[in-house]
Design a protein around this ligand. Sequence first.
Ligand code: ADP
Ligand code: MG
Length: 253
Amino acid sequence: MLEIKDLHVSIDGKEIIKGVNLKVEKGKIHAIMGPNGSGKSTLANVLMGHPKYKVEKGSITFDGKNVLVMTPDQRAKAGMFLAFQYPVEVAGVSLFNFLRAAYNSINNGHAKNIEKEVISVLDFQKLLKEKVKLLQMDESFIYRHLNEGFSGGEKKRVEILQLAVLNPKIAILDETDSGLDIDSVKIVANGVNDLKGTDMGVLLITHYQRILKYIKPDYVHVMINGKIVKSGGEDLAEQLEQKGYDWIKEGIE
Ligand SMILES: Nc1ncnc2c1ncn2[C@@H]1O[C@H](COP(=O)(O)OP(=O)(O)O)[C@@H](O)[C@H]1O
Ligand SMILES: [Mg+2]
């Protein structure tokens, strides 16, 4: 479904991603782990079309389509979703209105040739309240301005709330678990697991192994210095938890 081939990416003339190959199939969960500064967020941002990054070489395709010629909103309408490592605050826009607009826009994007079908405020409220419950958030959140004054953990839950509402074909989660206490990690994991079996592929970027106890990965990849240097199964994540990254770095040198 998502295929990355020999990807090289630079920022301000500095090469950050140095030849990444990766395939994420329907319904599969791929975890990407790696030390800080290894290029994980760069990869996530490039997948979604952040203008700051320059693709120097290689290709990204999604459902056979060339992603690199698509704008970020076209990528979202094609079924790609990114949960940010650092969600931004948007003053003046309620979470409710933001998500309803996104929901309508994405659903119309999937079905361009039929009459515009806009979900009613009441129906959307029902849908949103269900998802808010799933994430164990207070209903009052949906009427507040997007992320404004939310705690770090609340922002991360809102990212997963967006995921649950928008129901993409592939979810890229950039360190959604970082800075969360263990109960919140479990709630976030529940939110993701609730969408499994919908054929959603997941690219789960994480620094720590603990979220992988609740979201079981099919594959684990280690990214160091802009490259995927090792791939394996769930047991690789356990090894990393015990031994850190140094033994892999030594292996490369
Ligand atoms: N504007 C920039 N100019 C130069 N280097 C940058 C810039 N932005 C990010 N980087 C570098 O890119 C590298 C990868 O960063 P990032 O993708 O955020 O890593 P990770 O998410 O794995 O921690 C880091 O070394 C970072 O300092
Ligand atoms: Mg990062």
